[in-house]
Each structure stands twice: as structure tokens, then as C-alpha cells.
Design a protein around this ligand. Structure first.
Ligand SMILES: [Zn+2]
Length: 428
């Protein structure tokens, strides 16, 4: 072999090897690392949390890792909070089609969260216990953050631009007109507590049951219009990183999102979580269970989340948008994408299962059975509810526009929409 031939053979090899090496290094650089801390003070002992870093999309492949952080604020007992903590993640993951690519996995995640929440609620109901729980469930995959929530625990995002945004919606009857209307339309009554003498006191609650929340997992005794269908929001932050603060209402009843973010900026996550709890106690005292998780998403080449150049950034923004920085900060809660720091990928909060699951949920299995989009049970098409199975419904109700549901999950769907009681349904 001549020297020229050797060099011809070699020359493509060397750059290829370099390229692969570079690619691997880049991938390593691109993946952020997470630092997190947790702090809590119990009053009733009904707050639970979940910290699960390094979950794997593909078993045995560490490059497919993602992390889960969640808070479960229980009420009327602790069993729903514990049940959700132990089962929700598995139920969500089982609703994501096997062998999805990373992009497909992230795209499937919002509706898998809906399916997982509803499945967990159905399973808990079958235990015949009466407690309930809020859930704020955060999945972090590289720079993409997906948050699903029911109830009034909250997750905020403090980006490096110094903008604080809310990634959850409060399902409190007092503060959510849409939810009040939905609960009333589904057969619930919304009002305040009536004390002796006919005086109404306290926050708006729904009756029967007297719950202040419109969505939760559990609460079997309250009424099916208290649905477990989560608000889901998916965002991608820039590789400058950001901080998440996930906390139960013990924090948020005392601190605004801005106050919580400001109280711990520039501090490591563990200390930050402690400070947020301390700050909430300082202003309100210990009136409720108070739990806080702080998660920093940090570029790999930086040891800590860099301090926020807040004033300068806000000044620049107010120049760009011609508004006072304060008003922009408030508005940005709803409109993240205009800043360019955070890309909004998905947001949906409807309580209608059909709207949340979509029609194209993969439902055919190899065996000729259909797979339920909620609980993943295989069932013969005739036993469940598919897009074209009109006869299951009263003529008055809208045709089902969602994916296949098994008989059990169909019952749940009808109950959540207030169709079970009073309205005669035609069955085949
Ligand atoms: Zn099902």
C-alpha cells in the first residue's frame, strides 16, 4: 500500500473520530445538571414530597435520564397523598408509548400526565378511602420542564433574566371563576360556610363535602366534579439555566411568587429552600404544613446558578417594550415566550378528558384488543368507548371525540362530567 493510499484511507477516519468525540463532548456540555434542596415544617403532617433524580427513559441508558420532583399536600387524612406519591409516576410512564424517541417522549408527556393522574385517582377510589391531595408534579428533561398540577400547590420558575413565572394554575374555587362554573354545571354547589345566624364565612367551598379546591386526587366523598385532570404546562428554558420553587400553599398563602424567588436568589438550593420556608413563617407563622423544594437547572460548565443581573435586564426590557419593568414582570406570568428566555411548548388546562387525550392516542394492540388511553388495560372494542361508539350515550350528550376508553374509565369520564346521576343513558 502506498503512502498516498494509506493517507486516503486514514484521512476520513481521523475527522470522523474527532467529530464523534466532539459530538459526545457537546452532548455532555449541553446536558445541564441539577442541584436541589428541600425544607419543610409540619403542622398537620399531611404534606408529602417526591425527589427522583436520574430516572431513565430507556432502561440501562444513562443518556436518557430525566428527573421528577413533586409535592402532595393531603387533606382529610394522608392516604391519598401517600398513594399518589407511590403510584403516580409509574402510571404516567406507562401511558407513554414504548420505544419513543426523546422528542416523541416529551411530546407524549402532557397527555400521559393526564392519563396518569386520572388512573391514580380511579385506583385510589377503589380503595374506598376518603382523603384527598393536591399534586404538583415536575418532570425535568435537560432544559425542558413539564409541570402537571391539581389543587393549589404551586411551581414557579425564576429564569436568569430575573423574570418569575408561574407554571401552575391555582384550582381554588375562591380564585378560579371558570372552575366555579364547571363545578356548578356538573352538579356541585359552590358557597361559603354558613355559621349560626346565617353569616357566611371563609373561602368558597363546593358542596357536598366543603372542599375549597376544584381539582384533586382522591376526595371520593366530595363528588366526581372534583376532577383529577391536571393543568399541564411545558416550557424550555435557555441554557443559561433557571430555578424552580415548588411548594405547598403554606408558602404561597404567605409569599407571592416574586417574594419567594427574591428571598433566596444567589443561594445554593438547599439553603434556598430553608430560607423560603423561614420567610413564609416570619410573615405568617406556622398555620399550615409548609413544604418547599428548590431545583436549580445549571449549565454544566458552571458550578452554581450565576447571580441574576436583574436591574440591568429589566431596564433593557422596559426600553424594548416601552413599559415599566414592573408591569412587564407581571404580564410575563402569562406570556413567557416574548422574552426569548423561556420557550413555551405546551399549555392546557381543560377539565374535559376528550380535549386532553386527543383522538390519535395509540390504542390498537397486536392482539386485536384496544388499549384504554387512561389505564392502559386491553379490552375488546365492543366493551369500551371508542370514537364511534355513540350508543353508550344519551342522545342529548355530545359524541365522544377522544380515544378508546375501557368501560371503567368511561364510567369515570361520565361521572366527572356530571352525567352519571339523574340523566338516563342508553346502554347497549
Ligand atoms: Zn381504562
Amino acid at each position: 500500500m502506498s503512502r498516498a493510499e494509506v493517507s486516503r484511507m486514514r484521512s476520513p477516519l481521523v475527522p470522523l473520530g474527532t467529530l464523534i468525540g466532539r459530538e459526545l463532548r457537546n452532548e455532555k456540555l449541553e446536558k445541564p445538571f441539577l442541584k436541589y434542596g428541600q425544607a419543610a415544617l409540619a403542622k398537620k403532617g399531611e404534606d408529602y414530597f417526591l425527589i427522583k433524580p436520574d430516572c431513565l427513559r430507556v432502561p440501562g441508558n444513562p443518556s436518557t435520564s430525566f428527573s421528577v420532583f413533586a409535592i402532595f399536600d393531603g387533606h382529610n387524612g394522608i392516604s391519598a397523598a401517600i398513594f399518589a406519591k407511590e403510584n403516580l409516576l409509574d402510571n404516567v410512564l406507562s401511558a407513554i408509548p414504548q420505544e419513543s424517541s426523546r422528542e416523541e417522549w416529551l411530546q407524549a408527556l402532557p397527555r400521559a400526565l393526564v392519563a396518569g393522574f386520572v388512573k391514580t385517582d380511579i385506583e385510589f377510589q377503589q380503595k374506598g378511602e376518603t382523603s384527598g391531595t393536591t399534586v404538583t408534579f415536575v418532570v425535568i428533561d435537560d432544559w425542558t420542564i413539564t409541570v402537571a398540577s391539581v389543587g393549589d400547590s404551586r411551581c414557579i420558575l425564576d429564569t436568569q433574566g430575573g423574570v418569575v413565572s408561574l407554571l401552575t394554575v391555582d384550582h381554588r374555587l375562591e380564585e378560579n371563576v371558570e372552575e366555579r362554573e364547571r363545578v356548578t354545571a356538573s352538579g356541585g354547589e359552590v358557597g361559603r360556610l354558613n355559621v349560626y345566624g346565617g353569616n357566611e364565612v371563609g373561602p368558597l367551598r363546593c358542596w357536598p363535602g366543603g372542599l375549597c379546591l376544584s381539582r384533586s386526587i382522591g376526595d371520593t366523598d366530595v363528588g366526581e366534579f372534583i376532577v383529577p385532570i391536571p393543568h399541564v404546562k411545558q416550557v424550555k428554558i435557555s441554557n443559561a439555566g433557571g430555578r424552580l420553587i415548588i411548594a405547598s400553599d403554606g408558602i404561597w398563602d404567605a409569599l407571592s411568587s416574586d417574594m419567594a424567588a427574591k428571598s433566596c436568589r444567589g443561594l445554593p438550593a438547599e439553603l434556598a429552600a430553608k430560607l423560603v420556608v423561614k420567610e413564609a413563617l416570619r410573615s405568617r407563622g406556622l398555620k399550615d404544613d409548609t413544604t418547599c423544594l428548590v431545583v436549580d437547572i445549571i449549565p454544566c460548565d458552571q458550578p452554581v446558578l450565576p447571580p441574576t443581573p436583574r436591574k440591568k435586564q429589566n431596564m433593557l426590557r422596559s426600553l424594548l417594550f416601552g413599559k415599566k419593568s414592573q408591569s412587564f414582570t407581571n404580564k410575563s406570568t402569562n406570556k413567557l415566550s416574548s422574552v426569548g428566555v423561556v420557550e413555551e411548548l405546551f399549555e392546557e388546562g381543560s377539565a374535559m378528558l376528550a380535549e386532553r387525550l386527543g383522538k390519535d392516542f395509540p390504542s390498537n394492540t397486536n392482539s386485536g384488543l384496544f388499549r384504554c388511553a387512561v389505564c392502559q388495560v386491553d379490552q375488546a372494542p365492543a366493551d369500551g368507548l371508542s370514537v364511534n361508539s355513540g350508543p353508550f350515550f344519551s342522545p342529548a350528550s355530545k359524541p365522544w371525540e377522544g380515544p378508546f376508553l375501557c368501560a371503567n374509565c368511561r364510567k369515570k369520564k361520565d361521572a366527572m362530567e356530571g352525567k352519571r346521576a339523574g340523566i338516563p343513558t342508553v346502554t347497549s
